[in-house]
Design a binder for this molecule. Sequence first.
Ligand SMILES: [Zn+2]
Length: 327
Amino acid sequence: MEYIAGVDIGGTKIAATLFRPDGELLAKVVFPTRVERGPEAALAEIRTRLEELRRGRPAERLLGIGISCGGPLDSRTGLILSPPNLPGWASVPVTRFLSEAFRVPARLENDANAGALAEFRFGAGRASAASGRPVRNLVFMTMGTGIGAGLILDGRLYRGATGLAGEIGHTKIIPGGPECGCGGRGCLEALAAGPAIARRARERRKEFPASRIWTLAGGRPEAVTAAEVFAAAAAGDRLGRLVVEETAYYLGLGLANLVNLLNPEVIVLGTIATRYGDFFLEPVRRVVAAEAWPDPVAAVRITGSPLGDLTGDYAALAVFLDQSPGA
Ligand SMILES: [Zn+2]
């Protein structure tokens, strides 16, 4: 029997998995990244954890390793290039290290592209195939500290000229709007990513001194994150609802542009959108329907991820299985 190893590297935790090539999950272990210990120690632990997982399958063959990590990174050279959530991880040769350690091919892809490949092969792309024609055009959006997208166009991962395609987080929504981490203003990320959601709630603190958001954050407004805003909104809090509705509006504008530009069949929204489902997706769908052309709107399904908490794991597996040029 054959299997594939997956490694999903995040800022707080790393997941190592073993899968059958058809997507059956065989084993999984999660451990803290502990960024401060540096990349060498983290890579050594990834190696040890994978060796431990493999011990249960002595007679089986490891085909290769897929790695998913937040960008920036270079999928051709297999280098992680100082992602914001992994400070100090500059030019980390993760594919060379794992490939030499296990004597198998290893492939690296950023989490947005990897998530798109996973949804295409194992998630929302497959769910649609069951109901009719196979999906050929799918967009996966990561929504956390930043906003990014992975694009599957005509059945293949689209990387663009220099591997930077899909940066929807830095498309402009409000000219001259709030400052963005990229140095620009009014980007989608500066309006609808986690820190922007928290900031917009804090800006209205005087107007809504009794909001549940402050209680959920332990009375410390500086500790508010998007999670408290969404939790308060789901419980009927006025400020929470206001901020979530605004977020849906900004995100809907970004998606309307995307829908008119690419005419995808499926848009999968990760993290918060997956967690809160239609509570957040419905207002987003309404904005897209109002702002994009009717024909591409009728053709697109906007959904949370059916892979849920396993998206990152399937992302790593799909990176290894993908045969798109440039990998
Ligand atoms: Zn930006």
